[in-house]
Design a protein around this ligand. Structure first.
Ligand SMILES: Cc1cc2nc3c(=O)[nH]c(=O)nc-3n(C[C@H](O)[C@H](O)[C@H](O)COP(=O)(O)OP(=O)(O)OC[C@H]3O[C@@H](n4cnc5c(N)ncnc54)[C@H](O)[C@@H]3O)c2cc1C
Length: 231
């Protein structure tokens, strides 16, 4: 669910100071966000389809909790996360981007995968045209290349999302209050490292971070949901 809250540039910079905020804990298996724009704040909340009916109310209460007006138009959008469960090719056909379900389970990002799959599809189409062969078998290579380029990474991210969102107060919170994990996570968003590298890095260190969390409880804010601001 997304909403635009109109406001002056100075008010936006007072509230958000050019920082994108991402808040975990307002919804199971998802997050809420505030993005500063020139003439409005773009706010949203995203989670599993099964919770869709509650999302409008949750977004409005999220806006109120940040001192923002909640009498704005709320629009719904669908993120088609497919996790490579079905084929994305057939005779004379390739599905790319959202149509193929190439969306990251953790962040909901899809632009990067739409561009990548589009490029792979274009190269495949040229090859098939040159060979003048358009059977499903010819297009299977497109799916294989998508998987080896970024599919395995998307699946790894999905697994991590299931684990972290499935145990928000134990695993997700440990991850979010740890600066080192958060910094590594941001590197996946900027594309500096792959989700596979991130997951391997976290898996080895997580037990230590988890133990540390309980030996330095002062850092925790137990009265509110897990909250972090990402640059
Ligand atoms: C609220 C929201 C926020 C998001 N934020 C991010 C983000 O911050 N970062 C990120 O990476 N991803 C984000 N995403 C996901 C991202 O927008 C999509 O994954 C990405 O745009 C998919 O690209 P696409 O080209 O596959 O599809 P689209 O961008 O949907 O493009 C499909 C195009 O096809 C056109 N079309 C549809 N039917 C027809 C037809 N019959 N004939 C001709 N044209 C047609 C549509 O009008 C559209 O222009 C967000 C999604 C939502 C809903």
């Amino acid at each position: 669910m997304i909403a635009e809250i109109p406001m002056s540039e100075s008010e936006i910079s007072r509230l958000l100071d050019d920082i994108v905020e991402i808040h975990y804990g307002y919804i199971d298996m998802g997050y809420a966000w505030l993005f500063p724009k020139r003439e409005y704040i773009s706010a949203g909340i995203g989670g599993r389809l099964i919770k869709a009916k509650t999302l409008i109310q949750r977004l409005r209460s999220y806006l109120r909790s940040h001192g923002l007006r909640d009498d704005v138009r709320v629009r719904g959008c669908f993120l088609p996360i497919s996790r490579f469960r079905h084929n994305v090719y057939a005779e004379r056909l390739m599905l790319t981007g959202d149509a193929a379900g190439f969306v990251d389970s953790f962040s909901g990002e899809g632009i990067r995968w739409a561009i990548l799959s589009g490029k792979i599809a274009a190269r495949t189409a040229i090859r098939c045209h040159e060979k003048n062969r358009f059977s499903a078998d010819e297009f299977k290579e497109y799916q294989d290349q998508c998987f080896s380029n970024f599919g395995a990474d998307l699946l790894r991210s999905a697994k991590l999302a299931d684990r972290l969102f499935g145990h928000p107060w134990i695993l997700l919170k440990t991850a979010l209050i740890n600066d080192r994990i958060l910094k590594m996570h941001l590197k996946t968003i900027t594309g500096e490292i792959s989700f596979r590298e991130y997951a391997d890095w976290v898996r080895i260190r997580f037990p230590l971070f988890f133990i540390k969390r309980f030996f330095s409880p002062k850092k925790e804010n137990t009265s509110k949901p897990t909250h972090c601001s990402l640059l």
